[in-house]
Design a protein around this ligand. Structure first.
Ligand code: 4AD
Ligand code: MG
Length: 431
């Protein structure tokens, strides 16, 4: 007997095959059961008739609890009206295990309940679509960098020092009274790697002890961080634009069915074309002030400010040259305006806010030393980082793309917590 998967049914029309999965849903009439079988690759309707299964077996099939594990054998039919385009006439239904009463129904549940049952919630149709979208974005990013000659160099998770400020560090005991911190960003290590290999990227989990309970914050999230030697802010901005455009096009080309399951407004994604607008922080503040929006030059943008700025555009907007006070110690100052740093944030459209942060790095040893002192960071911990400015320093830069925020925007959903398999947030580490 040929065993196949639901996504491969097109290759088996008219043939009898076996599918292995779980009972997702069921509708029944007196003489027919419409069994929705899911197998991770899709969902297909299998029709079981009283006539074929008989008086004893037919009601048994009708009484199977949802999420029971079953294999179904039958003939594949193409049917334009069926979701996915195919149906199966069930010939055999073999029960592998009978499920207990499944806690997640097809009705609405509150987010707390669903998050506490994340290990089961992952099976739901929208969650499957989200994870497929996430997989698509990850693969596209890796291919993108590989094709452009970037080497994948992974950064450590345990680190001796902060990268993005000291307020949201996770501290861990690291033998003999030494402290270590979970990495906030692989950037500093990518700077070392860029001086070794030219163009590099890391892609892994990063950690922030964020006490904020917003729809954009996780305490553990995945970041992709490219870094380039011999690069300036413009090179960094060009790269953010090329990467995002490639991701949008890949998702539209390969994950349209999943976007439909997520009820995404696909036309909003189709409008996205390069070039993306580039405005300075100062211009963004002026735009805000010209509306009713209250904002003073010098502050960092909050979520409502970002939404107001991006609402003018139907594609991502690059905001560059922020006040240096709101940016990290490693950012190079703008030689044209010492109040500003050569950093860029990319704001996604439709109010999704910052999905990328990056810029050009300070490459001068003495300037960097004074920044470390100004930020009250321990110079000892940055000795190795300062070495990079001693031995063949060059202009360089890069950025970090937050994977969950990017997926959240592409999917058009409310909260980043659904864009990672097992979210970690303030007050949530189970399951
Ligand atoms: O802007 P951030 O803090 O930049 C850095 O960490 C740089 N060192 C990156 C670099 O230049 N190599 O973070 C980068 C991105 C943000 O734009 C956002 O998308 C995401 O990481 N991010 C978060 N995502 C989810 N939850 C959080 N708490 C996040 N904090 C940042
Ligand atoms: Mg940022």
């Amino acid at each position: 007997m040929t065993v196949t998967t639901i996504e491969r049914l097109a290759d088996h029309v008219g043939q009898t095959v076996t599918l292995r999965g779980w009972l997702y849903n069921r509708r029944s009439s007196k003489k027919l059961h419409f069994l929705q079988l899911r197998d991770g690759t899709g969902i297909v309707q299998c029709i079981a008739t009283l006539e074929h299964f008989g008086e004893e077996r037919f009601p048994e099939i009708g009484g199977l609890p949802y999420e029971s594990a079953v294999t179904i054998t039958g003939e594949v039919r193409a049917d334009a009206r069926a979701p996915g385009g195919f149906e199966m006439d069930a010939d055999k239904v073999d029960v592998v295990s009978v499920s207990e009463e499944y806690p997640i129904s097809h009705k609405e549940h509150g987010p707390d309940f669903l998050l506490s049952n994340r290990h089961l919630w992952l099976r739901s149709r929208k969650q499957v679509a989200l994870m497929k979208l996430r997989d698509e974005v990850i693969r596209t990013i890796r291919n993108f960098f590989h094709e452009r000659g970037f080497l994948n160099v992974d950064a450590p998770i345990f680190t001796p020092n902060a990268c993005e400020g000291t307020t949201n560090l996770f501290e861990v005991d690291y033998f003999d009274e030494e402290k270590a911190y979970l990495t906030q960003s692989g950037q500093l290590y990518m700077e070392a790697a860029a001086m070794a290999f030219g163009k590099v990227y890391c892609f892994g989990p990063t950690f922030r002890a964020e006490k904020s309970k917003t729809r954009r914050h996780l305490t553990e999230f995945w970041m992709c961080e490219p870094e380039m030697a011999y690069a300036n802010l413009d090179d960094v901005m060009d790269l953010t634009e090329d990467l995002l455009q490639t991701i949008v096009e890949a998702v539209l080309a390969n994950r349209r069915a999943d976007l439909e399951i997520l009820e995404r407004d696909i036309s909003a994604l189709e409008k996205i074309q390069k070039p993306y607008p580039r405005i300075t922080y100062t211009e963004a503040v002026e735009k805000l002030k010209s509306t009713d929006h209250k904002f003073e030059w010098g502050g960092d943008f909050g979520a409502p400010d970002e939404t107001a700025i991006s609402s003018e555009y139907d594609r991502p907007v690059l905001v560059h040259r922020y006040p240096q006070e709101v940016k990290a110690f490693y950012m190079r100052r703008d030689p044209e305006d010492d109040r500003c740093a050569l950093g860029v944030d990319v704001l996604a459209p439709e109010g999704y806010g910052e999905i990328i942060g990056g810029g050009e790095r300070e490459s001068d040893l003495e300037v960097l030393r004074s920044r470390i002192a100004e930020h009250k960071l321990p110079e000892e911990a940055f000795k190795w980082y300062l070495d990079l400015r001693r031995f063949g320093t060059v202009p360089h830069g890069g950025f970090g793309l937050g994977l969950e925020r990017t997926v959240c925007w592409l999917a058009g959903i409310e909260h980043v917590r659904e864009c990672i398999p097992f979210p970690r947030m303030l007050h949530r580490i189970y399951p």
